[in-house]
Design a protein around this ligand. Structure first.
Ligand SMILES: C[S@@+](CC[C@H](N)C(=O)[O-])C[C@H]1O[C@@H](n2cnc3c(N)ncnc32)[C@H](O)[C@@H]1O
Length: 210
């Protein structure tokens, strides 16, 4: 009985430690790696869908001396202290406020024209949309606002991310490893990465003059 209790406590403590590590460092390190490998020119227009308090948005802005990082969020309570002022304060503390813009908006109906961004990111946000149809709309919106040849990076729970890739019919999926586990391998995170082939998927048909 005692040993079972001790084993349970050890698992819970380890899980809490891993969770804290991921939230405070692992997630940021993972995205630093993703964005470093993306090798920005420095003048890109980047959109972060479901930016929350700005972990990925600000990491992107730091790589954009001549560009702009725009975050869109509904500011729901699934992240504590979630509000645009907090995101802007975090950007100011990191020294990138002049390149960061935050917008209230729903990623299933993005307030941007087609082909507006060179890069679209989204971290642990799309799976919060409750219906598969809504998640598909968010994915289609990401592709719509991404210019042909632009790059998309989406992180989320592995079963969701595999479905995102299947829906979009393009891209590669890889696990982000133990550094991005939330408490253990049972809550891992995968990344979908793709370069927009510029398909006309879900775009309005062009109007043809007579
Ligand atoms: C778990 S938080 C992740 C925040 C941030 N991407 C990060 O990695 O720290 C999920 C975020 O997605 C936002 N969100 C959920 N559904 C959304 C939607 N339909 N449109 C825009 N944002 C949404 C929530 O408000 C929340 O800020």
């Amino acid at each position: 009985m005692r040993s079972a209790l001790a084993a349970t406590s050890a698992v819970l403590l380890t899980g809490t430690g891993i969770y804290l590590h991921t939230t405070l460092r692992g997630k940021l390190r993972a995205w630093d790696g993703i964005l470093d490998r993306a090798a920005f020119q420095g003048d890109e227009q980047v959109l972060d869908m479901g930016c929350g308090r700005g972990a990925v948005l600000i990491a992107a802005a730091r790589r954009l001396p001549r560009g702009r990082a725009v975050g869109v969020d509904l500011w729901s309570a699934d992240q504590s202290g979630n509000r645009p002022e907090a995101t802007l304060a975090n950007a100011a503390a990191a020294g990138g406020a002049d390149r960061v813009e935050v917008r209230g908006g729903d990623m299933t109906a993005l307030p941007f024209p087609n082909d507006s961004f060179d890069v679209v990111t989204s971290a642990m946000a799309i799976h919060n949309i409750s219906s598969a149809e809504g998640r598909h709309r968010a994915l289609d919106e990401a592709i719509r606002v991404l210019r042909p040849g632009g790059r998309l990076f989406i992180a989320g729970p592995p079963p969701f991310v595999r479905k995102y890739a299947a829906h979009l019919g393009q891209g590669t999926v890889r696990g982000l490893g133990p550094g991005h586990w939330y408490s253990g391998p049972w809550i891992a995170v995968s990344l979908l990465r793709l370069t927009n082939r510029g398909s006309e998927h879900d775009r309005p048909a062009p109007s043809i003059g007579t």
